[in-house]
Design a binder for this molecule. Sequence first.
Ligand SMILES: Cc1ncc(COP(=O)(O)O)c(C=O)c1O
Length: 389
Amino acid sequence: MKKETLVNHQPPVRPEPSNEPLVEPVHRSVKYTLPSVEEIEKLLSGKKDAYFYSRYANPTLCQLELLLCKMQDREDALATSSGVTAITTCLLSLLKQGDNVLMFVESYRPTRYIVRNLLAKFGVTHSLLSIKDHQGIASELVRENTRLIIFESPTNPMTWIADLDFIIGQAQENNVLTLLDSTFAGLHNYGHYVIDLFLHSLTKYASGHGDVLGGAIIGSKELISSMRPDYANTGAALAPDSAYLVLRGLKTYFLRYRRQCKNALKIAEFLENHDCVEKVFYPGLETHPDHQLAKKQMQDFGGIVTFHLEGTEKQMHAFIEALQIFRLAASLGSTESMVTPAKLFFATDLAPQELEMGGIKDTTVRLSIGIEDPADLIADLNQALYKVF
Ligand SMILES: Cc1ncc(COP(=O)(O)O)c(C=O)c1O
């Protein structure tokens, strides 16, 4: 073989089956070969299961999908290029012209954008309520064309807790699909609830280090299989290198998540006792309006602490800028702590009455708590409050 040919047909090196690597290799190959055209025909007609092209399936992605569905107590999963891709893929795949979506003011802004701006172009309608409006939810779910309900718990940014027994009960009675974006609660919560599909941004707690985008759709074999052709043909797949980073991050998922919850409670308690703080929202606090529901539904209370600061919006901005360890950035679930002005980052598309429904004020601050020493985090908050007030 000439060298020009050799460099394009490199000799493979594969360890013996008894000599396994402890860390799985990353499968970067887009293409997979089969020994005959007949085998390819079998694969394309669904009679054979094999890898063919990585937009459809890839071993590293399959490894991640297998782990994700076990963590969420489900049968199957799709790993997507971002959390938003998971949301878009689900909605595009499950909805058709004339369907109605029930969603909430207490939701991630791009979810509202996708439904209000994109799906509306294709004749999908929506109803926007508060997650606390049980009467409204019940009457929207009986509407003949309501196809699915998409919601979060804890919600962004106020950390309200959705009543899962109520929502699932009403949805099942009316044959409505339930989609729970469980990014805040993580992959280990709610598995025993009869939610049809879980959505996650793997960019957050799953990968944990803020260095990779990824998302997941997790559910029954039947539902996930029905979406796989749409997933493959719209190019929603995660890149294998990104899947590897998520798999690596997941090794420390429980250590990080538990530490973040522990830190979050300490910080919430500190803020609750501070004169310059009007009200703190952390589901783990007994003063949180949904504390009992959170205790019943969740194993822990998450790493997001939200609060209304006393004073003006300008003072709130000065407080955020005075922080030295908490960094002003638009994400959550990373090892380092972050701070965001809630209205500006999450709610500029909401009308004044929708903002009020969602409980967001001009002075609302959202903290994403990291794994640092809690004493340093509290000292940072304390010095910034002292500086401004
Ligand atoms: C609740 C929730 N869902 C989905 C997403 C989207 O995730 P990604 O940035 O990975 O697209 C986010 C991002 O912040 C989020 O907070």
